[in-house]
Design a protein. Structure first.
Ligand code: GLA
Length: 550
């Protein structure tokens, strides 16, 4: 069965074989809550969970939307009982799981649990998947058990999945996650399904295939590396680099996201040790610009009042929870800065500026920098961190401290018109070790007149995408010329028109060849391969399913 054929953007034709998700309509805005993993790993008991659940309520964070308390790995024993049932670890949960779930519900919160689609969890505890040496999976029995406890949210990890002989890993993962989604629909309780499958394929060509099918089975998915967990031996070790890394890979995947189907950039560790307040602001603002799930993972009892105020900032949270659920567009990326724009319901936009550098950064943005035209274009500006309102402003100006992110909501006045579809065109450079943790290494930008370069935020790296399928920079159009792509005067030729696919290919409409870029150097046209890194691009306004044209 063909799942999705080509989805073309730029006002182009769209053809789907199937709707993206046949699952019940859950999590129509990104899930929010708390999970123990990034702070405690396996070092928790029922008391730890309940203390954090109470802190969610006491701090007011629950009332701001952080409403789901999820117990991650290590809650169970390594083996099942003689009936084949999971066993709750009696040292951690002496009274079993039911009273813990009931206490969480009694606080007005939802209850989430962790399992694994393989034979064992990542921590080596009993998984729901088929046994190591074959045997039946336990998806349905385990889902029934979870439903009997009142589970509202399941995170299903992907360690220890064994491909059947002769099948690829992707197929084995798909079968397991599909089986869980079928099981969840049978248990008579709506359970949000968080899938970790894509994370096991990050950096491989299969990644994009997995990102296509997870949308059918669950509401959110982890697509990459874990954010750095708290380390009691070096509590002050900075974790900001790991937050930047997760932000970088998540930002490239907007086209897979739509309300009810969320990319999950992993936990919010802001507020915990290893993250400054500026970095905490950055994580919440960037996750909100991406409409990423907001799952706190810290010791909530130790959050400072300043951190609680940041994490509970109502105005920023409305950007995350905006009903359109759009991923921000990367308008510009330089070594120091990312400029992001996100359309919101009701004709407003969120603007975010990340200062990833270790020095303060002064910025001044005119409407044209955000894609708006018209000399008389003005914005009503709301600074979401300070609360300041600036009616009818002609520029956004700020001085952004090191590692901080400023975020505003703007309402353009009538003279602005709709913004152009404008911004950077990027590709991922695979196999960059996470330890480099530098956006400039992870992404490259397409630069006029036809090169791939380090992202530098120059005018040559800003592209306008027209509904007719042209990619323009400096008023010229990216054109296939022989086996290369370069700028030429815009005309009616099909060699200047491009079709964009869900897999990220830019296909020339004249030659049907794919735009191909090395990590650095001349753009070329080559036969389209299957998920070839040099042929996978992220475009401004990188929506597919979110366009409402299923
Ligand atoms: C994986 C996941 C983490 C956490 C651990 C538990 O690493 O990505 O979020 O669930 O497993 O073992």
């Amino acid at each position: 069965m063909k799942f999705i054929s080509i989805l073309a953007l730029m006002g182009l034709s769209v053809c789907f074989g199937q709707p993206a998700s046949a699952a019940p309509r859950l999590a129509m805005t990104p899930p929010m809550g708390w999970n123990d993993w990034a702070h405690y790993q396996c070092g928790f008991t029922a008391q730890t969970i309940l203390a954090n659940a109470r802190a969610l309520v006491r701090t007011g964070l629950a009332a701001r939307g952080y409403d789901t308390v999820t117990i991650d790995d290590c809650w169970m024993l390594k083996s099942r009982d003689r009936h084949g049932d999971l066993q709750v670890d009696p040292r951690r949960f002496p009274d079993g799981m039911r009273p813990v779930a009931a206490a969480i519900h009694a606080l007005g919160l939802k209850f989430g649990i962790y399992e694994d689609a393989g034979y064992a969890t990542c921590g080596g505890f009993a998984g729901s998947g088929a046994g190591k040496d074959g045997g039946q999976p336990h998806f349905l029995a385990d889902a029934r058990l979870f439903a009997s406890w009142g589970v509202d949210y399941l995170k299903l990890d992907g360690c220890n999945i064994q491909p059947a002989t002769g099948t690829a890993g992707n197929a084995a993962y798909r079968a397991a996650y599909q089986a869980e989604s079928i099981a969840l629909r049978k248990v008579g309780r709506p359970i949000v399904f968080s899938e970790s499958a894509p994370a096991y394929f990050q950096g491989t060509p299969d990644w994009y295939d997995v990102l296509r099918w997870v949308r059918r089975y669950g509401q959110l998915w982890r697509e990459g590396t874990d954010v750095h967990v708290y380390d009691g031996k070096q509590p002050e070790r900075s974790r900001f680099g790991s937050v930047m890394w997760n932000y970088d890979y998540n930002l490239q995947l907007g086209r897979f996201q739509t309300p009810g189907n969320w990319n999950d950039a992993d936990f919010i560790i802001g507020g915990d040790r290893g993250m400054t307040l500026a970095e905490t602001r950055s994580q919440l603002a960037l996750w909100s610009m991406m409409s990423a799930p907001l799952i706190l993972s810290s010791n909530l009892d130790q959050l400072s009042p300043e951190a609680i105020a940041i994490l509970g900032n109502r105005a920023v949270l409305t950007v995350d929870q905006d009903p359109l659920g759009r991923m921000a567009t990367l308008l510009r990326r330089s070594a120091a800065m990312d400029l992001l724009l996100k359309p919101l319901q009701g004709g407003e936009y969120a603007v975010g500026v990340l200062n990833r550098s270790p020095a303060a950064l002064a910025i001044e943005l005119a409407p044209r920098d955000l894609g708006f035209s018209g000399a008389r274009c003005r914005f009503d500006v709301h600074d979401l961190w300070t609360g300041a309102q600036h009616p009818s402003a002609a520029v956004l100006a700020a001085r952004i401290p090191a590692h901080d992110t400023d975020i505003w909501k703007i309402r353009p006045a009538g003279a602005c018109g709709a913004p152009a579809r404008m911004g950077a065109i990027t590709r991922i450079v695979p196999n960059v070790p996470q330890s480099r943790q530098d956006s400039r290494d992870y992404t490259r930008c397409v630069a006029a007149p036809g090169m791939v370069r380090e992202c530098a935020g120059t005018a040559a790296q800003i592209w306008r995408i027209r509904p007719n399928g042209t990619l323009r920079s400096a008023r010229e159009c990216l054109t296939q010329i022989g086996d290369r792509a370069a700028l030429a005067r815009c005309g009616p030729s099909a060699s200047q028109r491009w079709t964009y696919t869900l897999l990220g290919n830019l296909i020339n409409r004249s030659s049907h060849l794919c735009l191909t870029g090395p990590a650095s150097g001349q753009l070329a046209l080559r036969s389209c391969g299957h998920n070839v890194a040099s042929q996978i691009w992220t475009l401004p306004n990188d929506v597919t399913v979110g366009s409402g044209r299923r």
